[in-house]
Design a protein around this ligand. Structure first.
Ligand code: NIG
Ligand code: FE
Length: 375
């Protein structure tokens, strides 16, 4: 067994209850896990040494929401929105046409590059959803390809009703043959519960079918307006409800009393010019908040968790530490993982070393590539 000492750490963020941050620190990795951390002066000997050069060391980012299996892009829609057009969920169908026409190799190549792009920016765990296939074969292929890149695969056949298909027939298809084909490659099931996509009643049927197959539930809700999706997610014990831009006081109270994480997606508000979700209101109410990229070609074409952190701090009322926590430990909670998102002893050694003395620089120096190394 080889041990590695990460030395000369200006600031170490562990998210440990007793010592969440520690200056002038060192950390030892053994067998792919965090084996020790503490003051640099008392570090044990190790086989190899990595010099953090006085930088800040943080847990790798846990991006708990992305849609990386797609072809083409929708830069024209973004451009039109920047001239004043509204975001419409219907744009998803354009990406569906292009995705269906692409080969497996093209889709996997694009998704792999996006995963590499995310990793270069400090992401070490990423969830990937299907949702641009919307037929049994195309959804099965999306989750199958995603499963070669991450264990956190989400079946999102219920993204929108595809062109030319009756909605009741489509819900039956999603709950039946499509779920049968996709469940073996997936850990999660998700529904876009929003006007223009699926109603809360349809979402309930689909999520219950997935739960009965042993998948965990996640829900897209509150992106374009208040919907019953937030309450439904809580009622079904979903791990996470994502977007949460529009929430009533009662939604927030219910979230705070639940085990469902509220996942905020700042790249979406940036790219759609929607109002910012109020993270402060959620945190002050006692809700667990995650931040994720939602990387997709329509509403948020970024893989950068540092960019999302900067937006959350600047425009959503989070402190830099809260935003870092939400992008690491919060994402892990949203995926019901306790081995990632922190650097307590025993955690997976998924570590991001910054070329900056503090995580505050992630928001303070927006747009600057501050990730020096990812383990
Ligand atoms: O999370 N909201 C639904 N799905 C994506 C957008 C997909 C698209 O516009 O292509 C989202 O924002
Ligand atoms: Fe999404």
């Amino acid at each position: 067994m080889t041990t590695t000492l990460i030395d000369n750490i200006g600031l170490l963020v562990t998210h440990d209850d007793e010592r969440e941050q520690l200056a002038d620190a060192a950390l030892v990795v053994a067998d792919g896990e965090v084996a020790w951390w503490g003051e640099a002066a008392s570090a044990p000997a190790a086989d190899e040494r990595i010099d953090a050069r006085g930088g800040c060391v943080i847990p790798g980012f846990v991006d708990s929401h992305s849609h990386l299996v797609f072809a083409g892009d929708r830069a024209d829609e973004f451009e039109a929105r920047m001239r004043g057009d509204r975001y419409e969920a219907g744009g998803i169908r354009r990406t569906v046409r292009l995705t269906r026409a692409a080969s497996d190799d093209e889709l996997l190549d694009r998704a792999s590059r996006l995963v590499a792009e995310a990793r270069a920016q400090g992401t070490t765990t990423i969830e990937i959803k299907s949702g641009y296939g919307l037929s049994v074969e195309d959804e099965e292929r999306s989750v199958r390809l995603a499963a070669t890149l991450t264990p956190e695969v989400t079946f999102l056949g219920a993204h929108v009703v595809p062109e030319g298909v009756d909605r009741d027939d489509y819900v039956d298809l999603v709950c039946g043959p499509m779920l049968d084909a996709c469940a073996p490659h997936s850990r999660w099931i998700d529904v876009f519960c929003e006007s223009g996509a699926f109603t809360a009643d349809e979402a309930r049927r689909i999520l219950e079918a997935g739960l009965a197959r042993g998948l965990g539930a996640r829900v897209h809700a509150g992106q374009l307006g208040e919907s019953g999706g937030v309450r439904l997610a809580i009622e079904l014990g979903a791990a996470s409800v994502d977007h949460c831009t529009f929430l009533s006081d009662a939604d927030i109270e219910a979230l705070a009393a639940s085990t469902t994480v509220a996942t905020l997606l700042p790249g979406v508000e940036f790219s759609t010019r929607q109002p910012w979700p109020d993270a402060r209101r959620l945190i002050d109410a006692g809700t667990t908040v995650a931040i994720a990229s939602d990387c997709n070609p329509g509403s948020s074409y970024t893989t950068s968790m540092p960019f999302c952190i900067a937006l959350a701090v600047r425009d959503m009322g989070m402190t830099p530490y809260e935003a870092l926590w939400s992008a690491t430990a919060g994402g892990a909670r949203a995926l019901r993982r306790d081995d990632v998102g922190h650097l307590r002893v025993g955690a997976r050694a998924d570590i991001t070393i910054l070329d900056a003395p503090s995580y505050v620089h992630l928001a303070y120096r927006p747009g600057v590539p501050l990730v020096a190394r990812v383990l």
